[in-house]
Design a protein around this ligand. Structure first.
Ligand code: URA
Length: 234
């Protein structure tokens, strides 16, 4: 591929900025300063941009703390999507892994690695997802048992056993719940099945991937190599 494409794929700047930097001698390939943005390079080339090594990564993996009010989709004519939260040059062929409702916050993995996306969502795989929620109504031990036994939803669907932990019980209860599947509106429908309503919902983890507490809603970062390795081992 062309050198300017290599650098632009790795998001070091816009194509115009990259071309300028190359022409000004700020880029080296395999130890030699180059001035031609169209130079042919490949994924194994050693490329330095403004003194920093830029390793070519075929796939990108981002952790987003999804805020309420944006939809989990790649594009929409009317509503803001989770991809609108990433800078335009990073979006390319990215997709969210699974879906959070518009009013749900928290951990969302975004990647262009279709195989990983598929594997993590496969119903055979049972990747655990943990949520924090605020519930209208007094969540009690009989709810904990009902979740553990496997709830039946309004459409007759029988849920796999889920682990419900009560953090605070009252008119508005606080809980954490871990489910092994990801059916449409699952947590909200599980609480409806026990006569209660979800007021606030946030995903805390997905398999081994835990939401980084330093990310404010709407913020994102790349996965660390350790996080990626743990997901790939799932
Ligand atoms: N369950 C829900 O009800 N909504 C979500 O966004 C995620 C899980």
């Amino acid at each position: 591929m062309r050198l300017d494409k290599y650098l632009s794929d790795m998001n070091v700047g816009t194509r115009t900025e990259i071309k300028k930097a190359v022409r000004q001698g700020q880029v080296s390939v395999d130890g030699v300063t180059v001035k031609n943005p169209g130079l042919s390079v490949n994924e194994t080339s050693s490329v330095f941009y403004q003194g920093k090594e830029i390793v070519y990564e075929v796939f990108s993996y981002y952790m987003l703390n999804k805020p309420a009010g944006v939809i989990t989709a790649t594009e929409d004519r009317y509503q803001r999507t989770v991809l609108d939260l990433l800078p335009a040059e990073r979006r390319k062929d990215l997709s969210p892994v699974g879906r959070l409702d518009k009013d749900t916050e928290g951990l969302l993995l975004i990647t262009n690695d279709g195989d990983l996306n598929h594997r993590l969502l496969s119903p055979k795989h049972h990747v655990d997802k943990r949520y924090y929620a605020e519930i209208e109504g007094n969540v009690n031990e009989s709810d904990v048992r009902a979740f553990a036994d496997g709830l039946r939803l309004d459409d007759g669907l029988l849920c796999l056993p889920a682990c419900l932990e009560i953090l605070k019980s009252g008119d508005i209860s606080e809980i954490e719940v871990e489910i092994q599947e990801g059916k449409f509106h699952q947590i909200k429908r599980m609480f409806e099945a026990v006569g209660k309503r979800v007021l606030y919902l946030k995903r805390l983890s997905m398999g081994p991937l835990v939401l980084d507490p330093s990310l404010a809603p709407g913020e994102w970062r790349k996965l660390t190599p350790e996080e990626l390795a743990s997901l790939q081992a799932e």
